[in-house]
Design a protein around this ligand. Structure first.
Ligand code: GLC
Length: 548
């Protein structure tokens, strides 16, 4: 294990961006690296520290690039390797790090390896994939893309066998029992790291191996492979990070941080906390949030959770109980079009019915709970979605820059765009929701968020501190201390639509001065009695406590 790491990721805010969706520089209707490079100042000005790039490789784009046809190039519509190198160099100039998606589990069926593999068992590539003559094999594995797939096996007419896939049937799983597959993946890893990446977001990691009699998730063999990859990273790229995507319960994610000494992933997404943030504000109760955080085991000191409100996928409801799922669907997906697989394909602002207070509250929590926040492009300006687009494209529409044609995203004909911009009449139309308008308006959500991010930067407690819940009698108030070295940060949030009183037990801090963080306004000194606050609907405070 490397001990020299600066642990930059523990204090970082990540910004997830689709190079297809951000800015089209060549007018072909799809974003590209040249466009993304032009917009780096915008990203830097947000105050984020690391960009997470969605897959940029050549691909038939049947899973928005997660179906890779060639690991060693840039999708031609996104540019070429030189454009990519320029992008990395320009990002570095602005102190922005960049991690990219690494898809280990599967390829596109268009990948040369699969095309060869299909020729039959004698082909040297056949064993790159997982084949069977019997579809009863690995029957313990669940189906993930329940909207489109009926089985994890698909018949291949050419090979005359079934091949294994955990996602779309056009995404055959690689066979990690084949050492050649490991070699190939190390090569891919080196290729991109040597181009200057700061690490990877490793896609769909629970599914690398299959074993009979298991659910084929989180297997020991999978961890062995990932640990070796990590050791390799530590040796050759000591400042880089691996961020794992394992949509699992916290206790099942724990092993992805290694065996107690943090020798596997530096970071893993915390999936189950996300739906509970949305649940909290509709139930007006802190219970499920406290429950999931209390259930989250401690992780090694050099590791970090990645937390998020939304991303490029559906708002997944896999990590909730049946009852909670029904509640979420009732509250947040009243129209069946809003559902996709086991989740909800809507963006943040539509989910909260465009209520600025709820959006602020959710960000106030996201940016102060344990972990490094990952923001999703467009949410910072309150972008809407389009539930009538297929699959998850409704939350992947073009970034809205201004009120010009195509929201300033592209000079192409509107009909040429990879998906249409949001232009339904109403609150989300790009003529009102766009970067230019958000920047001009001093009181916009965007400017509010940029300001909040600046304040978060002042306190290491946000990224590195522990968390202690206060338990005021009023359960509509979610409140906690984040402490790190000499810093004491107090967060108080009202999950309710109505004003709420709260009495906090801060006896431990008697005599401390309570300071509101974003304004430096002094609040009363903590006395012997309980500390009383009045909270307006969906409001929150970030305080820091100063020793007398
Ligand atoms: C991950 C991605 C998702 C993709 C899937 C298959 O879950 O987030 O977008 O469809 O992997 O690659």
């Amino acid at each position: 294990m490397s001990t020299s790491h600066s642990l930059w990721y523990k204090d970082a805010i990540f910004y997830e961006v689709s190079p297809r969706a951000f800015k089209d520089a060549n007018g072909d209707g799809m974003g590209d690296f040249q466009g993304l490079t032009e917009k780096l100042d915008y990203i830097a000005d947000l105050g984020v520290n690391c960009i997470w790039l969605l897959p940029m490789y050549p691909s038939p784009l049947r899973d928005d690039g997660y179906d890779i046809a060639d690991y060693y190039n840039i999708h031609p519509q996104l540019g070429n390797l030189d454009d990519f190198k320029t992008f990395i160099a320009e990002a570095k100039k602005r102190n922005l790090r960049v991690i990219a998606d690494l898809v280990l589990n599967h390829t596109s069926d268009q990948h040369m390896w699969f095309q060869e593999a299909r020729k039959g068992p004698d082909n040297p590539y056949h064993d790159y994939y997982v084949w069977s003559d019997d579809i009863q094999k690995y029957s313990g594995a669940r189906i993930i893309f329940t909207d489109t797939e009926r089985s994890n096996w698909t018949w291949d007419e050419s090979a005359k066998r079934f091949y294994w896939h955990r996602f779309f049937s056009h995404q055959p799983d690689l066979n990690f029992d084949n050492p050649k597959v490991h070699e190939e993946m190390y090569k891919v890893f080196r290729f991109w790291m040597d181009l200057g990446l700061d690490g990877f977001r490793a896609d769909a990691v629970p599914y690398l191996y299959e074993r009979e009699g298991t659910n084929c998730e989180n297997l020991p063999e999978t961890h062995d492979f990932l640990k070796q990859l990590r050791a390799y990273m530590d040796e050759h790229y000591p400042e880089a990070i691996l961020l794992g995507e394992a949509n699992q319960w916290p206790e099942d994610v724990l092993p992805y941080f290694g065996d107690g000494d943090g020798d596997e992933f530096h970071m893993s997404f915390h999936f189950p906390i996300m739906p509970r943030l949305y649940m909290g504000i509709r139930q007006e109760d802190r219970g499920s949030l406290e429950w999931i955080i209390n259930r989250t085991p401690a992780i090694p000191a050099n590791c970090q959770w990645a937390i998020f409100l939304r991303n490029h996928d559906e708002l997944t409801l896999e990590m909730v109980t049946e009852e909670e799922r029904a509640f979420m669907v009732r509250e947040y997906a009243p129209n069946p079009r809003m559902m996709c697989n086991v989740g909800i394909r809507r963006r943040l602002f539509p989910l909260v019915e465009n209520d600025r207070r709820q959006a602020e509250l959710l960000h106030g929590l996201l940016l102060s709970l344990p972990g490094s926040p990952v923001l999703y492009y467009g949410d910072e300006i309150g972008m809407g979605d389009n539930i009538y687009l297929p699959d998850r494209f409704g939350v992947r529409t073009p970034m809205q820059w201004n009120d010009n044609r195509n929201a300033g995203f592209s000079n192409a004909k509107p009909s040429q765009l990879y998906v249409p911009v949001i232009d339904d009449p109403g609150p989300y139309h790009y003529q009102s929701v766009n970067v230019e308008a958000a920047q001009e308006n001093q009181t916009s959500f965007y400017n509010w968020l940029v300001n909040l991010i600046e304040h978060r930067e002042r306190f290491k407690a946000f990224g590195r501190g522990d968390i202690t819940f206060l338990h005021p009698a009023n359960r509509k108030i979610f409140t906690y201390l984040r402490r790190y070295e000499n810093e004491v940060v107090l967060v108080v949030a009202n999950l309710s639509r109505s004003p709420q009183p709260v009495e906090l037990d801060l006896s431990e801090y008697q005599g401390y001065q309570v300071m509101e963080m974003t304004s430096n306004v002094p609040f009363p000194v903590v006395g012997a009695a309980s500390y009383q606050l009045s909270m307006s609907p969906y409001s929150f405070f970030w305080f820091y406590l100063v020793k007398p």
